[in-house]
Design a protein around this ligand. Sequence first.
Ligand code: GLN
Length: 544
Amino acid sequence: MKKFIFVTGGNVSSLGKGIAAATIGLLMKARGYSVTCVKVDPYLNVDAGTMSPFQHGEVFVTEDGAETDLDLGHYERFIDTNLTRANNITTGKIYQTVIEKERRGDYLGATVQVIPHITNEIKESIHFVARESGADITVVEIGGTVGDIEGGPFLEAIRQFKKDVGSENVAYVHLTLVPTLTTSGELKTKLTQHSVKELRSLGIQPDVIIARSSRPLTQGVRDKISLFCDIDEEAVILGLDTGLVYEIPLIFEEQGLARIILKKIGLPATPANFEEWKQMVDRMKNPTQSVRIGIVGKYVRLHDAYISLNEALKHAGGALNTEVQIHWIDSTRFEDGENPEDALREMDGIIIPGGFDIRGIEGKIRTIQYAREAGVPFLGLCLGLQCAVIEFARHVANLKDANSTEFNASTPYPVIDLLPEQKRIFYKGGTMRLGAYPCHILPESLSFQLFQQEVVHERHRHRYEVNNEFRQVLESRGLRVSGWFPDGELVEIIELTGHPFFLATQFHPEYKSRPTHPHPLFVGLVAHSLSHRRVKSLSLRETG
Ligand code: GLN
């Protein structure tokens, strides 16, 4: 029998439901159960692809090319499993399907309504994932907070679930906020009580409450939550604020979270095997050295916009016992006369991440010129590769005013141009070159040294591409194409000979990095940044 664990949240957003769902997945997987995780997003967008990163953080791209909510990234990193487009359900998708069915006449004259048609479609979408993934346990996170108007049909659907599949196969986990009053230092449970009351009024009684708090819960607070929310005291789990998300599974494990859930869904609580995970956390918590990486981008105000990148650097740091200090730098700074060197001198490595539109582009190009000329380790991701090609074309190949047609349609040297198949596309949603494609690696290149493989599969999200008309002239000046997509000869990786570490990819390696399997390109960047730091401090000592 398939088992379902539903994760909801109350009071406020950003309580860490995604990490909690991912953690529950990991705790189950560590006991030998096969697991999948689903994110339900009650917004009307069909997918996250058309949303600004400032609104909703990063768009996470799956292997099969879906543009999904960033929580899928947490799930993949914690349960170490590739998910698919079916693992992200949105109101937009549900309505699209129901309306299509209605137009086809599938409902045989019925009046199509939220209950049962929308709720049935929601339930079927969850069953579909459970079936297709073959997982024993499906963890479903409901986005938003209980009480939101748009979340209503989803909560009704998960309420019905226990009737459909038997309540012994379903567990409900609810996250709430337990704030501390600054004046008295007192922990307050009223918000939790209210939110559970609201959940119960919808017919859902939580089996576990995860209380998010900046302080440990006193016995009195536990007793109160247990009494007012009608829940066993041991099922009140403390979700203490912590700096390292990968530590959360260990913290929840200690409090017996898995045992409580497994008992509810009638599965044996076999001992967990966590060794690899524990070692990884230990390395991340006890670094022996540190390195400074500057991320020069456009969405730096909101770090969630680059969450996979942030995590990939942490993973690589963990592998090298290194603390990676990330410095977020807005590239527009270098367009107002500020010299990139002044801000970047302290950096041991530089990353230009993905992005769209012209704002900040010239600042990125100036940053790359500095990294190239000063021999600072550099990694360009997607737009970062495109900017690196523009920089090289302008300053090394003397193609004055070279540009991407995304930023200047009438540039004399369109070194970056729309992919041919993109020229006929008008709809913005889901139409980029998306998902995993094979990339052939040039033997004896830096890329090959890092990947140690002839063919890799990496995930994409772009419309523009290196223009092959300019490849020869760029290559003749020292730009090396060290990775390419075989059909259609698309440039996937570039590097520079004569530079200690200058590498840029058209794909996004950050999506595939996992805490226990860091991505080789990030490990390469961090390792070279460490060497760069050593060389810098040696030469400082000599000159000083
Ligand atoms: N804007 C560029 C393109 O569409 C880069 C996209 C990205 O960095 N993800 O090709």
